[in-house]
Design a protein around this ligand. Structure first.
Ligand code: CA
Length: 226
C-alpha cells in the first residue's frame, strides 16, 4: 500500500511543487489549502504522514497540529516554518509536530524528512505491542490478550482490531473501515463490518469484560472505555 500524505499548504506554487514531487516518488498525496480542510482530511482520510505549513489562513498550522494531537491522532507531522522564525520551530514541536523544515527548502530535503518519519514509524507499526485499557495486541504473533487471557484472532479480525488499536478513542466511519481493511467500497449495504465487530466483541468479552468496541450510531465504531 502506498503511503498517503496530507499536504496542508495555502501557497499554490509550493503545494503543487511538493505534491508533484511526492507523487513522482510514489506517494498518494492529498492537499488542503487551509487549516479547516486540513483538519477534516486528517480525520476523514487518516493519512500516514502530514506535511503542515505553519502560516495558513484561518486556523494556523500550530492550532491544526494541537487539535490533531488533542484528538489522540498520532500521525507523524512535518511542519513547514518560515525562514528565521525560530520561535515557530519550537512552537511547532511543542504543539506535537515530529520534525520541521525551514522554507525555502529543496525538494530532496523534504523527501529525506518524509522518509525519515516513515522509517521512525515503521518499526513501531511492525513490532511493538499495542495496548489499550486491559487489552494488548501483538503485531508479531497477531494475537490479543485481555486480562491475562490469550485470544486467537482470524486474519480479518486481527486487521480490524489493529486498526482500532492504532486509532484509540477515535470514531472510525464505516467507509474508513472498508477502505482500510477491505480496500474497496461495499456500497454501504453490506453488513460485513457488523459481523466482524460481533465476532470481535464475543472474543473480547468472553469473560464478561466491559465493552471496548462501541457503536457510534449512524457513524461507525470507536475503541474506548465506556
Ligand atoms: Ca503558508
Amino acid at each position: 500500500m502506498n503511503d498517503k500524505i496530507l499536504l496542508v499548504e495555502d501557497e499554490l506554487q509550493i503545494a503543487s511543487f511538493v505534491s508533484r514531487g511526492l507523487q513522482h516518488e510514489g506517494y498518494h498525496v492529498l492537499t488542503a489549502p487551509d487549516g479547516e480542510t486540513g483538519l477534516e482530511l486528517a480525520f476523514s482520510e487518516l493519512p500516514d504522514l502530514i506535511v503542515l505549513d505553519v502560516m495558513l489562513p484561518g486556523i494556523d498550522g500550530l492550532a491544526v497540529c494541537r487539535q490533531i494531537r488533542e484528538a489522540q491522532l498520532q500521525t507523524p507531522i512535518l511542519m513547514l516554518t518560515a525562514k528565521d522564525a525560530v520561535p515557530d520551530r519550537v512552537a511547532g514541536l511543542e504543539a506535537g509536530a515530529d520534525d520541521y523544515l525551514v522554507k525555502p527548502f529543496a525538494f530532496e530535503e523534504l523527501l529525506a524528512r518524509v522518509r525519515a518519519l516513515g522509517r521512525r514509524r515503521a518499526p513501531i507499526e511492525s513490532d511493538a505491542p499495542l495496548e489499550f485499557a486491559d487489552l494488548t495486541l501483538n503485531p508479531t504473533t497477531r494475537m490479543a490478550q485481555r486480562s491475562g487471557r490469550t485470544i486467537e484472532l482470524t486474519a480479518k479480525e486481527y486487521d480490524l482490531l489493529e486498526l482500532f488499536m492504532r486509532h484509540p478513542n477515535q470514531v472510525l466511519t464505516r467507509d474508513q473501515i472498508y477502505d482500510r481493511i477491505w480496500g474497496y467500497d461495499f456500497g454501504g449495504e453490506s453488513n460485513i463490518i457488523e459481523v466482524y465487530i460481533r465476532y470481535l466483541r464475543s472474543k473480547l468479552e468472553a469473560n464478561d469484560e466491559p465493552r471496548l468496541l462501541h457503536t457510534v450510531r449512524g457513524v461507525g465504531y470507536a475503541l474506548r472505555e465506556a
